[in-house]
Design a protein around this ligand. Structure first.
Ligand code: OOG
Ligand code: MG
Length: 261
């Protein structure tokens, strides 16, 4: 891990500007000058600094997200371990609401399952039961928008880029229930992706266990009220001026519409 603050600031500047200016940027790890210093520890520190900047601009962290919890996603992106990122209130889209496509570089929609934390999770308590800390479940759509050109990134790249987090919509919260093998359907315009919640680490509840493990290792706080996006159940579909609708059997539906104003 590099202790070089100037290095971290440089990468943070580059990714922050890419998001604010809605302009893609090449891979950091592929950069002849910056690439060698981007290990995973440094990537998580970069992600944390990026979030600090958003908070300084007035945003509030409202939860966390897991990525690459499904084999379809791992295969689509060519990686093999889960990642964790942060979501803020500025990324929230109302169920049935519109999202301005001018905010995104090349958005894609993913069908997800969301959990809600009823209380703070004590990362230092070895006996903590994260499932016990969850009080609600809902269908969700995540909008990912990698800041990297053509979604081409390495594992450390995507961690530094806050795991491509850009937007999310949550359906109706309901009491937490078993969700191991529910059919999932995502429609975006004429395109459709179908799968099962079993694609999410065999059962989305396993995403909660993976999350706790990652948050302990990376010291990422889990607070009462936080939303947890468990990860996509299918590959992502590009979002244009269209409605994206996600249905999860037994959990209901959620939709949003991409618009150009
Ligand atoms: C990274 C984000 C992956 C998921 O649900 O697997 C993710 C990306 O594919 O750009 O959010
Ligand atoms: Mg996702």
């Amino acid at each position: 891990m590099t202790e070089d603050q100037a290095y971290i600031d440089r990468v943070v500047d580059r990714l922050d500007r890419a998001q604010l200016e809605v302009r893609d940027t090449p891979s950091i790890e592929g950069d002849p000058e910056l690439g060698a210093d981007l290990d995973l520890d440094t990537a998580y520190r970069i992600q944390e600094r990026l979030i600090d900047r958003r908070v300084q601009r007035g945003e509030t962290v409202v939860g966390v997200k897991l990525g690459f919890t499904s084999r379809a996603k791992m295969a689509q992106m060519g990686v093999s371990d889960v990642i964790v990122g942060r979501i803020t209130d500025a990324m929230a889209i109302a169920d049935g609401g519109e999202t301005d496509l001018a905010r995104y570089i090349h958005p894609k929609a993913e069908p997800e399952v969301a959990y809600r934390l009823a209380r703070d999770v004590d990362l230092d308590d070895p006996d903590v039961d994260i499932v016990d800390c969850v009080d609600a479940i809902a269908p969700a759509i995540e909008i990912i928008d990698s800041r990297y050109r053509d979604f081409r990134f390495t594992y450390a790249d995507v961690v530094a880029d806050n795991t491509s987090a850009a937007g999310f919509a949550i359906g109706t919260w309901q009491p937490v229930r078993e969700a191991a093998d529910l059919a999932v359907r995502l429609r975006v315009g004429e395109e459709e992706a179908t799968g099962s919640t079993a694609a999410i680490l065999d059962d989305p509840v396993n995403a909660l266990h993976a999350l706790l493990d990652m948050c302990r290792r990376r010291r990422i706080p889990l607070r009462a009220g936080h939303i947890v996006l468990a990860g996509a159940a299918t590959a992502a579909l590009p979002l244009g001026e269209q409605t994206a609708a996600c249905a999860v059997d037994g959990l209901g539906t959620v939709h949003l519409t991409g618009v150009r104003r």
